[in-house]
Design a protein around this ligand. Structure first.
Ligand code: HEC
Ligand code: HEC
Length: 296
């Protein structure tokens, strides 16, 4: 764990409490000042919250140890990989709570399932296949609505918007094996491969560091399209946003993003991540709100 910034890993443990506190804060002023003012406040607070002062993160390539590789996998799982958007403990989770499950013994169960038709032979193979070809085997009860567990709502994570490299995928497998004390069966990347990825890795917060330049880039950065079809009304995890501007005002769209619990669309689970307001810059929020409002 020494080579990667411990801070980023730790803040995840603390963020629920902080979020709870900030939610109470928002509710209290919400009562007295009214929602519109709160949104103005939230918007003005944003740049200070996730400022433009990134924390430096370095991977020491000459001495990349398995511990560091596992830590990198955990970081990718939490940040750039966006896995925790869906994979979190019930009741908020929109997918199996794989951080709370021993994925090595779970994989053995999946491979022994009579419905299993994939090509994996072991845990690493199963986890790899689950990430790149999620519909190959759909965990019972978690399939896309109406698909009778034949189609997975999980996006292939080697494709945009998530687009992890082969090395990053291995790091996540290493993390999922190591977190329960299982033997790590993926090998460490060559120093050359590691150097390439480290060079491409933003200085801080994985993919969530640099401010996005366009609305499209912002939607990719926060993986909105993992859960929303952007050009149609197709239902993924959330409603299609193809014509969201015809149904919601700009203020309502902004509210859906910064305070998703305020209105839950009928027939959908409350699955919108709650921390976009903490993570987005003012400019990013403004760009996507305008972009979505124009979708009519
Ligand atoms: C948009 C939501 C979503 C995102 C993002 C997502 N997943 Fe999934 N994932 C699912 C769902 C739903 C399932 C269960 C259905 C299935 O079997 O595909 C699943 C299944 C899995 C499984 C198999 C679990 C089991 O119990 O057999 C693994 C492993 C997995 N995901 C890993 C990942 C990793 C690693 C990431 C991040 C790089 C990720 N997922 C991102 C929704 C998501
Ligand atoms: C993990 C899945 C997930 C992610 C990621 C996600 N959303 Fe959502 N979103 C949902 C779900 C589920 C709903 C419907 C339930 C609700 O209202 O909270 C929703 C609702 C919405 C709505 C209201 C739609 C309507 O018809 O009223 C908007 C707008 C929206 N999301 C925008 C976004 C944007 C922009 C992002 C990225 C910054 C994003 N969402 C990321 C799951 C997600």
């Amino acid at each position: 764990m020494t080579n990667l910034s411990g801070k980023d890993l730790d803040t995840h443990g603390a963020s629920t409490g902080e979020r709870a506190r900030s939610n109470i804060f928002i509710k209290i002023i919400g009562f007295s000042l009214g929602l519109t003012l709160v949104f103005t406040l939230v918007t003005q607070l944003l740049p200070q919250v996730e400022g433009e002062a990134p924390v430096e993160r370095r991977v020491d390539l000459d001495s990349l140890t398995m511990d560091a590789f596992v830590a990198m996998g955990e970081d990718l799982f939490m940040n750039k990989g966006t896995c925790t958007l869906c994979h979190k403990p019930p009741p908020l989770g929109r997918a199996p709570d794989i951080q709370g499950m021993d994925m090595v013994s779970t994989s053995a169960k999946r491979l022994a399932d009579p419905r299993y038709q994939g090509e994996a032979k072991d845990a690493a193979g199963y986890i790899h296949e689950s990430m790149l070809d999620p519909s190959r085997f759909v965990v019972a009860g978690w399939g896309k609505k109406g698909s009778n567990d034949t189609v997975s709502p999980m996006p292939a994570i080697d494709k945009p918007p998530i687009q992890l490299s082969a090395m990053e995928i291995d790091a996540i497998i290493a993390y999922l094996q190591a977190k329960d004390g299982n033997e790590v069966t993926v090998s460490l990347p060559s120093p050359e491969a590691a150097a390439e990825v480290a060079a491409a890795m933003p200085a801080a917060g994985g993919v969530l560091s640099a401010s996005a330049a366009t609305a499209e880039e912002t939607l990719g950065k926060y993986a909105c399209s993992s859960c929303h079809a952007m050009d149609s009304a197709d239902v993924l995890v959330g409603p299609g946003l193809g014509a969201v501007g015809a149904r919601l005002s700009e203020a309502e769209i902004r509210q859906s993003i910064v305070d998703p619990s305020a209105v839950i669309v009928e027939g959908f689970p409350p699955a919108m991540p709650l921390d976009f307001a903490e993570k987005m810059t003012v400019k990013e929020l403004r760009m996507i709100v305008t972009f979505l409002a124009e979708k009519k």
